[in-house]
Write a protein that binds this ligand. Structure first.
Ligand code: GLU
Ligand code: MG
Length: 436
């Protein structure tokens, strides 16, 4: 006797997937009506305690599922079906609720299209640890490390496939028990939807293999190899689909409009970093010589740049393949916040008509501040506290983020910092490894 369940989900400010469920047989009715939600739920931290809420026990919202995100995975082993669908959180009259992370991304995408006729194609690359594979030396890119996964890899790839996600690569990464999964590009909000699925289906797969676990936490230990989230992206004309990133006649092949967009992303990176690297431990990873990102620089094929111009493998398709990668993100941030924040800053760069970004030559940590400052390059905030202060102080991005989302985010994150403030770095990493 079994009754299938579908959960209508949000990926919240803390990057946690939460929601409410219904019997799958009520699908038609629920796709139309959604399910109730409460404003204060947006302030549930990853450790369970709730940050001070301006709403308290008051208010009602509705989660409207987006049918394009319906996911139903039957692992075929007799375990319960994984059934869920991503939602937009709305007021009861159907207008978007400003604090919804997916709504924030949709708001930015709409503005980019309306003001500049542009759309975004993006693909998320995730690194994570699988705790069911024994940790052995000599695992970087090792075939043996893929073997030690046992059935995890095959099962995970099949689950992604069943979810309709195109897979690009899957490999053993540099760190012990560290793996990397990259999915194919998707347009607009779908790219972030896929990133939620990449995380949840890894967890779902591991759980079915003897209740094993994965962790996408940015660092499992202060001295460990980081788990990054790298966001590959490019811009195209909404009306024609024509890519607008490359111009062979300009420096480094960077087109004028993409250059303005990237310049906005770089200049505002310190101000929105808290939205893409959202935990205290994120800042142990964002340090030089870790192949993550420690400065707001544009690099040409440089794996330590805040934003890098990626290599093109087929010179005959350069206009299509030429794209960028944002490296200062991790999985303690919701993919909707990550993509929304990056694009909001790029949009600001376009709105302002900034001078196009220029590639920074070399590694910023090898130059003095004057050299870097002259090129607009700065060390990124050193802690989540500093990043939140920079976010609070910036007014340029507030209109699109909205004051209500901004203050909810600040209240949430400052409360979360306070909860764990007495933990030494080792223990802090361990707590985040547990919940991410
Ligand atoms: N593990 C690195 C990070 O924390 C990235 C390594 C790479 O794939 O370039 O972002
Ligand atoms: Mg990697």
């Amino acid at each position: 006797m079994r009754q299938e369940i579908t959960t209508i989900c949000t990926s919240d400010i803390g990057g946690q997937t939460r929601g409410k469920g219904y019997p799958t047989r009520d699908r038609e009715r629920r796709l139309e009506r959604g399910i109730g939600w409460t404003p204060t739920n947006a302030l549930i931290t990853p450790f369970g305690k709730i940050a001070p809420s301006p709403w308290g026990p008051f208010g009602d919202l509705v989660m409207h599922p987006d049918p394009a995100t319906e996911t139903r995975i039957d692992f075929g082993d007799g375990s319960a079906v994984e059934g869920f669908v991503m939602a937009d959180i709305c007021h009861l009259d159907g207008t978007p609720w400003e604090v919804c992370t997916r709504g924030f991304l949709n708001r930015v995408l709409k503005a980019l299209d309306e003001r500049h006729g542009l759309s975004v194609r993006a693909a998320f690359e995730h690194e994570f640890a699988y705790f069911g594979a024994d940790e052995q030396p000599n695992s970087p890119y090792a075939l043996g490390a893929v073997r030690r996964l046992g059935p995890f890899g095959e099962l995970y790839l099949a689950a992604l496939d069943q979810a309709g996600i195109e897979l690009d690569t899957f490999m053993a990464e540099y760190g012990p028990s560290q793996y990397e999964v990259t999915v194919g590009p998707a347009i607009g909000v779908r790219a972030a939807d896929h990133a939620v699925l990449v995380r949840e289906l890894a967890r779902a797969t591991a759980w079915r293999l003897g209740e094993q676990r994965v962790s996408f936490a940015p660092l499992l230990r202060p001295d460990a190899v980081g788990n990054g989230v790298h966001v590959h992206f490019s811009l195209f004309e909404s009306a024609t689909g024509r890519p607008v990133n490359h111009d062979p006649d300009r420096p480094d092949g960077l087109s004028e409009s993409a250059g303005r967009f990237i310049e906005g992303m770089l200049r505002k990176m310190p101000a929105y970093l808290a939205l893409t690297a959202s935990s205290p431990v994120s800042y142990y990873r964002l340090t030089p010589n870790r192949w993550s990102a420690a400065y707001n620089n544009l690099g040409y094929r440089d794996r330590e740049a805040g934003v890098r111009i990626c290599p093109v493998f087929d010179p005959t398709r350069i206009a299509k393949q030429y794209h960028f990668e944002y490296r200062a993100a991790d999985a303690t941030a919701s993919p909707y916040m990550v993509l929304g924040a990056m694009l909001a800053a790029g949009l600001w760069g376009l709105d302002q008509g900034l001078d196009p970004a220029r590639v920074f030559e070399g590694a910023p940590q090898h130059f003095d501040d004057a050299h870097n400052e002259a090129r607009g390059v700065r060390r990124l905030p050193l802690s989540l506290t500093d990043a939140l202060d920079a976010f609070e102080a910036d007014e340029d991005l507030t209109p699109i983020i909205t004051p209500v989302l901004k203050s909810a985010f600040l209240a949430f994150k400052r409360f979360e910092i306070g909860l764990l403030k007495d933990l030494p770095p080792e223990a802090l990493c361990a707590r985040y490894a547990e919940v991410y």
